[in-house]
Design a protein around this ligand. Structure first.
Ligand SMILES: [Zn+2]
Length: 193
């Protein structure tokens, strides 16, 4: 089994989530009808995605999520807490035990970016974690970053700086936006005061 133009795994995942635009979905289905190779890969993607989806739906993962995902979560009765600081701005935030999903909505123009990374930095701006090559949709005005809600519930009060960075082919980085989250712990436990 082989394929001359294998469909990207991210596209297959979007297809399974029902997130593809009509014409894109049609041409993909046409391809899948005639291609056992990509059909088999779709099954792999579904198996993987179901595991990831379950963790994501439990709010356990730090990941970038789509608006379709958030819409479905809300429809299913999950409580989504969302903060949307302006680029260059900051926001006061917290997490309560009622929150299933915690979202930082990062407004940025990602048009034309070849690769976008999400960098999470401490209060001095020193990078701690980088999510490389996050999924961004052309024409989308923002990135929805889901922080692990168990992690945030356990975290002490702290300031976290998120940065969206575009990287071009030569590896040159360009800052798309910086967003400051001033987290106040609202649950009792270690680190609270
Ligand atoms: Zn194929």
């Amino acid at each position: 089994m082989s394929c001359n133009g294998p469909i990207d795994a991210a596209i297959l995942a979007d297809y399974w989530l029902g997130a593809l635009a009509g014409p894109e979905e049609e041409s993909l289905e046409e391809h899948l009808l005639g291609c056992d190779y990509c059909g088999a890969r779709l099954l792999e993607v579904i198996t993987l995605a179901e595991g990831v989806q379950r963790l994501a739906r439990e709010g356990c993962l730090r990941m970038v999520v789509s608006d379709v995902f958030l819409q479905r979560a809300a429809e299913d009765g999950l409580h989504v807490r969302e903060y949307a600081p302006a680029p260059g701005g900051s926001v006061q935030c917290t997490v309560t035990e009622d929150d299933d999903l915690v979202i930082g909505r990062l407004a940025a123009d990602v048009t034309g970016a070849r690769r976008v990374d999400l960098c999470l930095c401490d209060e001095r701006g020193v990078e701690q974690v980088r999510l490389q090559d996050i999924p961004v949709r052309a024409g989308s005005a923002s990135v929805a970053w889901q922080e692990s809600s168990p992690f945030m519930r356990a975290a002490p009060s702290m300031t976290l700086i998120a940065r969206l960075v575009a990287t071009d082919e030569a590896g040159t980085e360009q800052l798309l936006g910086e967003y400051t989250f001033r987290h106040t712990r609202s649950l009792p436990g270690p680190g609270s005061w």
